[in-house]
Design a protein around this ligand. Structure first.
Ligand SMILES: O=C(O)C1=C[C@@H](OP(=O)(O)O)[C@@H](O)[C@H](O)C1
Ligand SMILES: C=C(OP(=O)(O)O)C(=O)O
Length: 458
């Protein structure tokens, strides 16, 4: 019996019979939406989040904050605010678009409450610091995978800053933060080599700590620096004072002073990491894809795709309408350190498996503790389609081979599903197991992908 006969959740990845030509509207950034929700919940006044991402990770964040007493109303609204900009909540001008918006009312943080983190790194790392400010116990639990994803950096740091946390000695989920209504804060050393989210988590809540925070990273490496820049940028956007290495501060040290958090009106940029499969579609089919509203200035790691996919054979042009990306019909192998942009690895590996020469992807050992062990999963799934991928200590070595049909397993990892779909565009007969796992950050992916191929514009 074939696997499709026993497994109802196999999605035949659409095959592109020619060059893809499409214009795509990609929903809002997961990382911006979840930071925006946290900062709005900590604010001294109501705020707006416009064009938020509605996906499993962001709905878990919203539900968790609601459980702690924050009011979050979903509305259809209008605004004149340009994508990515932040303006005071009061006084928005005349409307230039309509769309979904969340109005956030920070009503004080209350326990007891229970939080489901799912498998969302942003929820499991960003919310324990918030919970220390609640006036009662907040219990955190999540998917089985959340139990093995690193959390020790946040737990140990919060304890050092004065929090009471009961994790029964595990150093991971499930756990209870016994919120005391306030946290001392102060200076703390952490090793954030397993996840940049440890640093972001401590900084995001720090304006509300009595003494703010000084975070000193003492580990050998630090992944995903653009995501820490995003945290610093968004904190500054809500009026926080932040000292950090990139504007003259000490290396690996971030300081946030205690202050009020302002309620803001934030329009969320498109998720550039979720734009990746659509750009890849142009690259691997020699087509042309426009991603609407690509920001001219952004801290999102996905902006690096303009450079990376150009090096791999495409070309791009940033216009007022968005990013036009064109494939040349040739795909080149690449030697890349992806430590700053680790979440792009699955999509780059998929393209590299289709290239005209070998690729080496480095600096991403920490991906072994992402949604799944991404290095093992990519190696196994590409090789099962006939590829030749080996794991290295900190990445992948990919030698392109002719690929054939087969099932691409996803291990509950949204980026495995989109990576398999990229391969399926040019390899007939690829089936994606559990494409619904894209709901973590892009619930509409199967429809958008099918519409892209119909040339309808997703
Ligand atoms: O702060 C964030 O929004 C993120 C940081 C990164 O985490 P790691 O530093 O754990 O890789 C990234 O991979 C994740 O998708 C989102
Ligand atoms: C690593 C990722 O997510 P998380 O926020 O759960 O860490 C990701 O989206 O690629």
């Amino acid at each position: 019996m074939t696997e499709s006969a026993v497994h109802p959740a196999l999605w035949p990845a659409p095959y592109a019979s020619g060059a893809v030509e499409a214009t795509v509207t990609v929903p809002g950034s997961k990382s911006v939406t979840n930071r925006g929700l946290v900062l709005a919940a900590l604010a001294a006044e109501p705020g707006w989040l416009r064009r938020p991402l509605r996906s499993r990770d962001t709905l878990l964040m919203a539900d968790a904050l609601r459980a702690m007493g924050v009011g979050i109303e979903e509305t259809v609204s209008s605004s004149s605010v340009a994508a990515g900009s932040m303006t005071p909540a009061r006084g928005a001008g005349s409307p230039s678009f309509t769309g979904e918006a969340w109005r956030i009312f920070p009503n004080g943080l209350h326990g007891p409450a229970t939080v489901d983190v799912g498998n969302a790194g942003t929820v499991m790392r960003f919310l324990p610091p918030v919970a220390t400010l609640a006036d009662g116990p907040i219990h955190f639990d999540g998917d089985p995978r959340s139990y093995v994803r690193p959390l020790h950096g946040v737990i140990d740091a919060l304890r050092a800053l004065g929090a009471r946390i009961d994790d029964e000695g595990r150093g991971s989920l499930p756990l209870t933060v016994h919120g005391g209504g306030a946290l001392d804060g102060g200076t703390v050393e952490i090793d954030a080599s397993a996840s940049s989210q440890f640093v972001s988590a401590l900084l995001l809540s720090a304006p509300r700590f009595n003494q703010g925070v000084e975070v000193r990273h003492v580990g050998a490496t630090l992944p995903s620096l653009p995501h820490i820049r995003m945290t610093v940028d968004m904190l500054r956007g809500v009026g926080a004072q932040v000292d950090e290495p990139e504007t003259g501060g000490e290396p690996n040290v971030w300081r946030v002073s205690p202050s009020a958090v302002l309620g803001r009106d934030l329009t969320v940029e498109p998720d550039l990491s979720n734009a990746q499969p659509f750009l890849a579609a142009a690259l691997v089919t020699g087509g042309r894809v426009t991603v609407r509203d690509w920001p001219t200035r952004t801290t999102q790691p996905g902006d690096a795709l303009r450079r990376i996919f150009t090096e791999m054979g495409g070309s791009c042009e940033l216009t007022a309408r968005g990013l036009n990306f064109t494939g040349s019909g040739r795909i080149h192998g690449i030697d890349l350190d992806l430590s700053e942009v680790g979440e792009l690895t699955p999509g780059i590996a998929a393209v590299a498996a289709l290239a005209d020469g070998p690729s080496t992807l480095r600096g991403v050992a920490h991906l072994r503790l992402h949604e799944t062990d991404r290095l093992a999963a990519l190696t196994k799934e590409i090789n099962e389609l006939g590829g030749d991928v080996t794991e290295t200590a900190d990445g992948l070595h990919i030698r392109p081979r002719p690929l054939h049909s087969g099932v691409f397993h996803t291990y509950d990892d949204h980026r495995m599903a989109t990576a398999g779909s990229i391969i399926g565009l040019v390899v007939p007969g690829v089936e994606i197991e559990n494409v619904a796992t894209t709901s973590k950050t892009l619930p509409d992916f199967p429809r958008m992908w099918t519409e892209m191929l119909a040339g309808a514009g997703a």
